[in-house]
Design a protein around this ligand. Structure first.
Ligand SMILES: Nc1nc2c(ncn2[C@@H]2O[C@H](COP(=O)(O)OP(=O)(O)OP(=O)(O)O)[C@@H](O)[C@H]2O)c(=O)[nH]1
Ligand SMILES: [Mg+2]
Length: 318
């Protein structure tokens, strides 16, 4: 059996090996990813994003259990657990998701590295594709924070859960500032804490403001309160996800197409950026131009990054 056949048959070891190679950005992954691509597109991808410690992994664990009750298989991808805020999160996630370890219907992996030159979004998309090709029905992707990468990742999920907790006024402001666009469902986790209802009210106001600004969507983001640790509100969250899914698959509004287009575009751009950068750096190296030397010229103010990049591109794109 070829590696491709093994992965499509759901072989855990073959899949794990490829995912490890994606994480390490080994060049031999590309022909495999190419062959796997036609086998993707069946999984339902759910992104969870939010600040460190709000309870994303605990929610993922609960949702995985809920989807398993439906007989669906689940892939879990925890992205960027090496962020300075959440050191040791991989270990934490292992503990939180322990009860799934013996279940062959759940496949858990984390993506640890941001490559030398970024590429987190690309690796994440690649890993989602592999889990999709291996036949997982549901893929839960956990990303920390609200950076550009996370927004990109969230953009390529069918349903995006923005997770927050009570009493984080700043957090709500951050949501307001930038990521309002991406939430299909807002989760106020740790609802056992004081101020949960207030947070829900604040979110509701923001959503109304946001909706008034954009006309391209008929989806009104849902707000769900949860106590992930105890499993409270998980059924509501599950139902909210199903509602959003039904909305997407309702042909009339065409939102599914727009999500799939966003994902295709994001993959295209990420791969293009990555490959172009690699090609250019490779040729620069072959010509004896080192990044080190160029950086030193910039650092010593002998030139500036704009001029150098223009010079390089002029030469390379001829
Ligand atoms: N009080 C309370 N604590 C919770 C709840 N859900 C999760 N926690 C706790 O919050 C802490 C962080 O939970 P995680 O699930 O690791 O949070 P996370 O968002 O995945 O964290 P990072 O991956 O490090 O960003 C853990 O100690 C959980 O037990 C909840 O509903 N109520
Ligand atoms: Mg986590």
């Amino acid at each position: 059996m070829s590696i491709i056949d093994q992965i499509i048959a759901g072989d855990v070891r073959a899949t794990a090996r490829l995912l490890r190679d994606i994480d390490d950005q080994v060049p031999s992954i590309y022909p495999l990813l190419k062959e796997l691509y036609p086998h993707t597109g069946k999984a339902y991808v759910i992104g969870l994003t939010g600040s460190p410690g709000v309870g994303k992994s605990t929610l993922v664990d609960q949702l995985a259990t809920r989807f398993r009750q439906e007989g669906l298989t689940v892939g879990i991808l925890a992205v960027d657990p090496t962020s300075p805020f959440s050191g040791g999160a991989i270990l934490g996630d292992r503990i939180r998701m322990q009860r799934h370890f013996l279940d062959p219907g759940v496949f858990i992996r984390s993506l640890a590295t941001r490559g030398h030159f970024g590429g987190l979004t690309r690796s994440t998309n690649d890993m989602i594709n592999v889990m999709d090709a291996m036949g997982k029905d549901i893929i839960l992707v956990e990303t920390v924070g609200v950076g550009q990468d996370e927004v990109e990742v969230a953009n390529s999920a069918h349903t995006t859960l923005l997770v927050t907790i009570p009493g984080m006024g700043d957090e709500v402001q951050a949501i307001k500032a930038g990521i309002m666009e991406i939430g299909s469902i807002f989760v106020v986790n740790k609802a056992d804490r004081e101020g949960s209802r207030k947070t829900v009210r604040e979110l509701r106001n923001l959503i109304e403001l946001g909706l008034r600004r954009k006309e391209d969507t008929t989806w009104e983001p849902l707000i769900v309160q949860t106590e992930a640790l105890k499993g409270v509100g998980i059924e509501d969250l599950y139902q909210a996800i199903m509602k959003h899914r039904a909305y997407l698959f309702d042909n009339e509004n065409g939102q599914l197409d727009s999500i799939l287009m966003k994902r295709a575009r994001s993959q295209l751009i990420e791969i293009l950026r990555d490959e172009a950068l690699k090609a250019i750096l490779g040729r620069m190296e072959a010509q004896g131009m080192s990044l080190e030397d160029l950086s030193r010229r910039i650092r010593n103010k002998e030139s500036d990054p704009y001029t150098i990049v223009h010079e390089v591109l002029e030469r390379e794109l001829k």
